[in-house]
Design a protein around this ligand. Structure first.
Ligand SMILES: O=C(O)C(=O)C[C@]1(C(=O)O)C=C[C@@H](O)C=C1
Length: 310
């Protein structure tokens, strides 16, 4: 998978188009810019591949769906804040992609300011970051800066970049230490996330139903299914769960999201700790079809730890 060292420079989608693919094995889109948490997870997993920053999650997903890149890495779920619903919904409603692997990253949030504002940071007039990052630091921001407006950005690194490009503004960003270094900011408060156990899951998406190599993974196969229940039957969810229960197929996550067809209409995203190729899973899929469920499988994949303590 990893064939050639490219250094650390990421490229924009425009540059990807302008260049030919011949030198690189994989072009990988990620939620950028450089030094976002998604970048850290991507770089740790694919240190030598061609990394392409995208400004938003839909842009990452469209880049791989349209074949502009081979893989895309997007955040899926945070231990404190829960699912990144934009990713879930986009995968259900807009794209037809597979998960080739899941990356786990330990998340540490810091408050950082422009060096020009070092003496004034206690009087900041705005805190910039990704909404998930701001939510992970809710208690800290509420008790320490309750009067200060929170400004949402497309990523934590985008916030750090904005603070770096606006030295005259007395504002702060919430993000990781790599972003502080990359954008020349000063960390004024470390580890401001509300709970110590803070991790994020990222999906590595592809157009092909393929898997990253199992050798470096945690070894447990996981299959993600998106299930729409038949509308005309009571107890349908109970029946769906019993399909897995009596086969002793463990579920590690179940979440409902709006179908966007009317109030009370949902689809369910279910993670099953099994390979979709094993007979028990094949039987489960057949039984779900017999129950009248629509099932979209995102494929079977393995989990990779991208930081020591993840
Ligand atoms: O903003 C970033 O740096 C991201 O990579 C996005 C994101 C997220 O969507 O949850 C990823 C990890 C952290 O939980 C906070 C933000």
């Amino acid at each position: 998978m990893i064939h050639q060292s490219l250094g650390t420079a990421p490229y924009s989608i425009k540059e990807v188009f302008a260049m030919t693919k011949q030198q690189w094995e994989n072009r990988i889109a990620y939620l950028g810019p450089e030094a976002s948490f998604t970048y850290l997870a991507t770089k740790a997993t694919f240190p030598n591949e061609w990394l392409v920053p995208c400004a938003t999650i839909p842009e990452c997903i469209e880049a791989v769906a349209e074949g502009k890149v081979d893989l895309a890495v997007v955040p899926l779920e945070n231990a404190l804040e829960g699912s990144v619903t934009l990713t879930l919904d986009y995968l259900f409603h807009e794209a037809s992609l597979y998960v080739t692997g899941e990356l786990l990253l330990k998340i540490q949030q810091h408050l950082m300011v422009n060096k020009a504002q070092m003496d004034n940071w206690q009087s900041i007039e705005g805190v910039y970051s990704h909404p998930h990052a701001l939510a992970q630091c809710h208690k800290y921001l509420f008790y320490r800066f309750s009067h200060v407006p929170l400004q949402q950005t497309t990523s934590t690194a985008a916030a750090a970049k904005y603070v770096s490009e606006n030295p005259e503004q007395c504002i702060a960003a919430v993000g990781n230490a790599a972003a502080a270094e990359k954008y020349g900011l000063e960390i004024v408060e470390s580890d401001i996330h509300d709970f110590h156990f803070n991790h994020t899951r990222f999906f590595v998406l592809s157009k092909k139903n393929q898997r990253l190599p199992q050798e470096l993974s945690e070894g447990q196969a996981k299959t993600t299914l998106m299930i729409t229940l038949p509308t005309d039957r009571s107890g349908a969810l109970h029946q769906v769960l019993s399909v897995f229960a009596w086969r002793q197929l463990n579920l590690s996550k179940i979440e409902s999201r709006p179908l966007k067809t009317g109030l009370g209409d949902y689809f369910f995203m279910i993670d099953v700790l099994a390979d979709e190729k094993v007979p028990m899973m094949r039987g489960a899929m057949e039984e779900l079809a017999a129950l009248g469920c629509k099932v979209k499988s995102l494929g079977t994949y393995f989990t990779y730890l991208t930081s020591d303590e993840a």
